[in-house]
Design a protein around this ligand. Structure first.
Ligand SMILES: Nc1nc2c(ncn2[C@@H]2O[C@H](COP(=O)(O)OP(=O)(O)OP(=O)(O)O)[C@@H](O)[C@H]2O)c(=O)[nH]1
Ligand SMILES: [Mg+2]
Ligand SMILES: [Zn+2]
Length: 406
């Protein structure tokens, strides 16, 4: 099948006079004349969805879907691939390019600008078939991010995720407040959350964990499993079907990589025992990576998180605490902090026994944290935007001068 509507733009001559960003426009025009090759059956195995085709069409509507990925394409062409890992020097992608490489180096421009404009694991991207360079990131269906632990901006964790397996264990790692952090981030992006408690085989009182899960998160799918045992993780298989992308999130040592190994049926990820004295893991996995599942979906392993500070996840917090949010609408003051204000419907619900004080504490904490972090991220974005404008202006100026000299 070929979708062939060639687009022509005659701005070549107008651009410099109109003060447009000439190098960028030249690059955009170049891509408009490059056919995009998307081997859909091969991409399907990696979690492709028709949604992503829209993004490809917006780059160039000339798309060839009947050329096998392994076949070489003309020099003037772009290939659709998925980012399976991000390394310091570039990306690892699948399927492999016809050059025989699965590496895509990243030029400096991809490290400038807001974090959201950089590629992350799970992204569908376009790569120049001739130079192997990354040209576009296709619009995302979802994005998991947190406040960068190094401070300031956000850190991207994964893109285009359908379901998140939020993993903790039947030991001291289990904490409803910690799970609420993960849930806020995941729900903010419209990703389906699934709570998984591992190490059921090691726990003295599994029922106590099960009861607590039910009491705190009854509307969210949850499972208590032995991650080492295939039969025990079988209830997770409905999320692993073709076209699905699952992200594993949780602290170090909870068994994320163990789940990858059991679900894929292969020892694809290295695992390591936890410290006996406090159940803490040894940060065994250090890179995010994508793995194919026998059921047709793909699963993303990631390093255990020391801390998940939320940012830009206001909607997620409101969704997770929809009951508290609803009560808050009934408070006398619309900026009620639910502390000591008169007419506070939220505190009243706690007094009446209708709202768990722990949930109120968690809600208030996450709301405040999210607002503070969102503000700091937005200030950083503004600074970067200003800086970007300055760089662009000086580069456009240089090109204008050069055009006059020519
Ligand atoms: N008995 C038992 N051991 C488990 C279970 N899940 C994980 N383990 C063990 O716990 C240890 C840590 O598991 P990993 O899979 O490496 O943990 P991880 O979450 O990937 O940790 P990081 O890579 O550090 O983030 C390993 O020794 C696993 O064999 C389980 O359900 N039962
Ligand atoms: Mg691991
Ligand atoms: Zn109130």
């Amino acid at each position: 099948m070929s979708i062939a509507v060639k687009q022509r733009i005659s701005l070549y001559t107008l651009a410099p006079k109109a003060g447009l960003n000439w190098p960028k426009l030249k690059k955009d025009l170049l891509h408009l004349s490059m056919t995009i090759y998307a081997d859909i059956p091969t991409l399907n195995v990696l979690g492709w969805k028709p949604f992503f085709m829209q993004g490809a069409i917006s780059v160039n509507s000339d798309i060839q879907t009947d050329v096998p990925h392994s076949e070489a394409t003309p020099a003037k062409s772009l290939r659709v691939v998925r980012v399976t890992a991000v390394q310091r020097t570039g990306l690892q992608v699948a399927p492999m390019l016809s050059t025989g490489s699965d590496k895509v180096p990243l030029s400096g421009k991809w490290f400038r600008g807001a974090e959201e404009s950089r590629p992350t694991v799970g992204d569908w991207v376009l790569v120049d078939a001739y130079t192997g360079a990354l040209t576009h990131i296709l619009p995302r269906l979802s994005l998991v991010k947190r406040l960068s632990p190094s401070g300031g901006g956000v850190q991207l964790i994964a893109a285009n995720v359908d379901a998140a397996f939020i993993v903790t264990s039947c030991n001291t790692d289990f904490s409803p407040a910690r799970l609420e952090r993960y849930l806020s981030v995941v729900m903010d992006s419209g990703i389906e959350p699934v709570l998984i408690l591992t190490k059921s085989d090691l726990a003295g009182d599994v029922e106590a964990f099960q009861d607590e899960l039910q009491a705190q998160f009854k509307s969210i799918a949850s499972f208590v499993v032995n991650a080492l045992d295939e039969a025990s993780v079988a209830p997770l298989l409905p999320w692993c079907a073709s076209g699905q992308t699952i992200a594993l999130l949780g602290s170090s040592g909870v068994g994320k990589s163990t789940l990858v190994n059991t679900l894929t049926g292969h020892q694809v990820q290295f695992t390591q025992s936890v410290r006996e004295e406090d159940d803490k893991g040894r940060h065994t996995t250090t890179n995010r990576s994508l793995h194919k599942l026998p059921q047709g979906g793909v699963i993303l392993d990631s390093p255990g998180m020391r801390e998940l500070q939320i940012a830009e996840a206001e909607e997620g917090v409101d969704l997770l605490f929809a009951d508290v949010d609803e009560l808050a609408q009934m408070c006398r003051f619309n900026d009620c902090a639910h502390q000591a204000e008169p007419g506070c419907a939220v505190r009243q619900a706690v007094l009446d026994g209708g709202l768990d004080p722990r949930r109120l504490e968690s809600y208030s904490k996450l709301k405040t944290e999210e607002a503070v972090n969102r503000e700091s991220v937005s200030q950083r974005h503004n600074r970067e935007r200003q800086f970007g404008k300055k760089v662009k202006a000086s580069s456009a100026d240089k090109h204008r001068k050069k055009a006059l000299e020519d």
